[in-house]
Design a protein around this ligand. Structure first.
Ligand code: NI
Length: 138
């Protein structure tokens, strides 16, 4: 574990009360761990902003009856096989599928892959979750 530093900050009382509310609502044991995670959130945003090596998952909900869509999605995933680590497909009902694709690579490249997949006709919803390799989050 790395060396700990204690810091004191000044914030408005109302903001402090809001912070305490957030900490207890989210079930954190203490304020410090909550604030560490807030900082890590910002660090992950920065990794994406500066095009670092990152991890992301793309959730796609689509109607598999749309002509040619399943084949097109598979083809696009093959085009990006170096970034795409795994894909899980679940048949939601008679018509709808959900696919979760786990990717790793340069942030902008992952965003472009997500955009290419979400643009396909028949895709009903696409959500890119932007995460991190964790290498810089200590
Ligand atoms: Ni399916």
């Amino acid at each position: 574990m790395s060396e700990l530093v204690r810091l004191s900050i000044s914030i408005e009382k109302s903001l402090y009360e809001q912070l305490e509310g957030l900490v207890s609502e989210s079930g954190y044991e203490n304020r410090s761990e909550f604030i560490r995670d807030l900082i890590r959130e910002q660090l992950v945003k920065r990794e994406w902003k500066y095009n670092r090596d990152v991890v992301g998952t793309l959730t796609l909900v689509y109607n598999h009856h749309t002509h040619g869509l399943s084949e097109k999605l598979t083809e696009l995933q093959h085009d990006h096989h170096s970034e795409i680590l795994a894909t899980t497909h679940v048949h939601l009902d008679a018509h709808h599928c959900v696919e979760v694709t786990l990717m790793r690579g340069a942030a902008r490249r992952l965003q472009r892959i997500a955009d290419r997949l979400r643009r396909q006709k028949g895709v009903l919803h696409a959500a890119l979750n932007m995460s991190s390799t964790g290498a810089e989050l200590h």
